[in-house]
Every structure is written in structure tokens, then in C-alpha cells.
Design a binder for this molecule. Structure first.
Ligand code: F6P
Length: 354
């Protein structure tokens, strides 16, 4: 028999479609399956600095949120109770307020917390766990770059958004005989660029895992021209390594704009750039993301009931499993430059600028 009576739920890091589906599933399972009380902690662990801002999540509170993007709890990708920024005598100092956060959770009657977040949030959760907080993790990021789980929710929705954008860009690129550069998210890994690029029929895909040169990108454009293809779509992940000739300018502009200018100079073609930005993180979650998020939410509650603290739920094959957060954090799942999916892309003529 578990001694849990009340759990807290917090969402940390950048938002992702499906967060609300996790909150709903975990709340429902906690109440209906276990008879627990559920408390929503606003804005990640920062919410525990001001316990009075937390509020009860009831069945009514989570009703209707399944298809909603974002998170009803709010989030932040700056909060860290171990390095909390405070202004003292006009100067910014970092304070460790983790003890206060743990004490406030206890004051709220919270026995265990579900921390829904990416690598950064799980690192914080793990540090709090080491200090005695009972925590289980749910992985999240639209970038799909956590090695502990095969897929994170939010990624599939982002792929739909980006593929739809590339489809739309296709028609205008073809009509104007232009080169179109589409910059997508992917701070460390190129999954969104690679998979949406393939799905959207991009001609060149530039990702952090494969170094490229402007010369090779321009050569690809020229080769297409030779066979009568007078437009080219280039999908670039925001986290690509800057080619040496552009290094100095990287800070001044988005990588998409920098590349667009360099490709215009190198190819002599008319180039336009679309930086998709945060629309990739918004919108209603796809059915796949809703289902995965629901499975994660229920599994996280079951993990608490089983006493699996310091663990995180994950998808391995068709199965939801739990992994040790200590082993899960800090390991990126990069695109394998020689893997099957890159080889498939090359086989259908997609260039990687290398
Ligand atoms: O980690 C997910 C992500 O979408 C990255 O691809 C991107 O660099 C980052 O979030 C942007 O976050 P924000 O603008 O919220 O700081």
C-alpha cells in the first residue's frame, strides 16, 4: 500500500503540444485510480517559491484541456531553485533556495511530484530528488533529442506544423523559381529538420550533426538547375554549426537569414527565408502526441504508486517503461549521419551540404 495522499504536477522548460494531455491524464488517474489529491504547481519549480499560487487540480479543472496546446500550469525555462537569481543591493546574485522549495512542497501537503520537462528540468528534478523530494519525471521536448526515450510528445505535432509550412512554401518557391530557406527548431539535434524535410520534399537539409559548406549547398542548387529544376527548398535546423565563412556574423542574425544571404551571393539566385520559430511549439497536439502524453501521464502516476522515485517514464518500442533519471539526463539523442534515415534521404536526392 502506498502512503501517498497528494501529488503535485509541474511543467518546466519550453512548452510542447501534449503538456496539457499529460496533466489531464495524471490528474484523472491520480483521482480516479488512487483517490489522491492533485496540486498544480505554476511555472515549474519556481511555483514552489510562492506556495500560495499553487492550486488544486480537480476533474473539472482538467476537463477540456486534452486538445489544448501550451500548459495550463505555465512554465519557464529560466527557473532553477539551485541557482535562483535575486537582486541584492542592485546586483544580481545566485542563491540556492532548494531547501525552501522542498519545505514549501511539504507545507502544501504534497507527498510526491510529477516533473514534466526536458533535460534541464529533469536535472533540477534529480537534484531535488537527491535532497529527499519524491519525484518522478515525464520527458518532454519538441526537439525529440532525449536519448532515454524513443520519442517525446510534441515532436509529432511539430513535424505536422513544419511539413505543412514546407508544403506551402513549395508552391510559392516553384512559382517564383526561387531558393527558399526554412529555418526550424532543433537547438542541438536535427530531428525536426530531417524528418519534416523528408516529409515535405525538401531538396537540402542542414542539421547540426552534419557539417556543411555554402559551396556544396550552391552546387546542389546548380545541379538541380541543370536538370530543369529551377527552385530549391532548404530546411535548416537552428542549431547547425556555422560554416567558417559565416562565423563572425552568427550572433547578428538568425542562421536562416545568414545562410539565405550567403546562398544568394553564392548561387546568384533569388532567395527568401522563412524562420518558423515558436509556431512549431504551439497548436493542438496531434492524435499521436495526445495518446503518448496520456500514456506518460498515467504511467507517471503508477510509478509514484509503485514508489519509483528518481525514475522517469519513457517509450521503448511499443512499451512505456521507467528509466533512472540519473542515467537519462545529459545524453542527447543525435541524428546518426550514417544512419538509415539519412541514407534514405540521400537516396531520394536530398543533399546535406557536405
Ligand atoms: O528545446 C526546445 C526548443 O524548442 C529549442 O529547439 C529552441 O532552441 C528553444 O526551445 C527555444 O526556446 P525559448 O525561445 O522558449 O527560449
Amino acid at each position: 500500500m502506498s502512503d501517498i495522499r497528494c501529488i503535485g504536477i509541474a511543467t518546466g522548460g519550453g512548452d510542447a503540444p501534449g503538456l496539457n494531455a499529460v496533466i489531464r491524464a495524471a490528474t484523472k488517474a491520480a483521482i480516479l485510480k488512487h483517490g489522491w489529491k492533485v496540486i498544480g504547481i505554476p511555472d515549474g519549480f519556481d511555483g514552489l517559491i510562492w506556495p500560495e499560487k499553487s492550486f488544486e487540480l480537480t476533474l473539472k479543472e482538467v476537463s477540456g484541456i486534452l486538445p489544448r496546446g501550451g500548459t495550463i500550469l505555465g512554465t519557464t525555462n529560466r527557473g532553477d531553485p539551485f541557482h535562483y537569481k535575486k537582486v541584492v543591493h542592485g546586483k544580481e546574485v545566485l542563491r540556492d533556495i532548494s531547501a525552501q522549495v522542498i519545505a514549501n512542497a511539504a507545507k502544501l501537503g504534497i507527498d510526491a511530484i510529477i516533473s514534466i520537462g526536458g533535460d534541464g528540468s529533469q536535472k533540477i528534478a534529480y537534484e531535488l530528488f537527491k535532497k529527499g523530494m519524491k519525484i518522478v519525471g515525464v520527458p518532454k521536448t519538441i526537439d525529440n533529442d532525449l536519448s532515454a526515450t524513443q520519442v517525446t510528445f510534441g515532436f509529432d505535432t511539430a513535424l505536422h506544423t513544419v511539413t505543412d509550412a514546407i508544403d506551402k512554401i513549395h508552391t510559392t518557391a516553384a512559382s517564383h523559381h526561387r531558393v527558399m530557406v526554412v529555418e526550424v527548431m532543433g537547438r542541438d539535434c536535427g530531428w525536426i529538420a530531417l524528418e519534416a524535410g523528408i516529409a515535405g520534399g525538401a531538396h537540402v537539409i542542414l542539421i547540426p550533426e552534419i557539417p556543411f559548406t555554402i559551396e556544396h549547398v550552391c552546387r546542389h542548387i546548380a545541379e538541380r538547375e541543370k536538370v530543369g529544376k529551377d527552385f530549391t527548398i532548404i530546411v535548416v535546423a537552428e542549431g547547425v554549426r556555422t560554416p567558417p565563412e559565416l562565423k563572425e556574423n552568427r550572433r547578428a542574425s538568425s542562421i536562416g537569414n545568414l545562410l539565405g544571404n550567403a546562398i544568394a551571393r553564392g548561387s546568384g539566385k533569388d532567395v527568401r527565408v522563412s524562420v518558423l520559430g515558436h509556431i512549431q511549439r504551439g497548436g493542438t497536439p496531434s492524435p499521436f502526441d495526445r495518446i503518448l502524453a496520456t500514456r506518460f501521464g498515467v504511467a507517471a502516476v503508477d510509478l509514484i504508486a509503485a514508489g519509483g522515485f528518481g525514475m522517469m517514464v519513457a517509450l521503448h518500442g511499443d512499451t512505456i517503461v521507467s528509466v533512472d533519471v540519473a542515467h537519462a539526463i545529459g545524453h542527447l539523442k543525435s541524428v546518426n549521419p550514417n544512419g538509415e534515415i539519412v541514407r534514405t534521404a540521400r537516396a531520394v536526392g536530398i543533399g546535406f551540404g557536405d
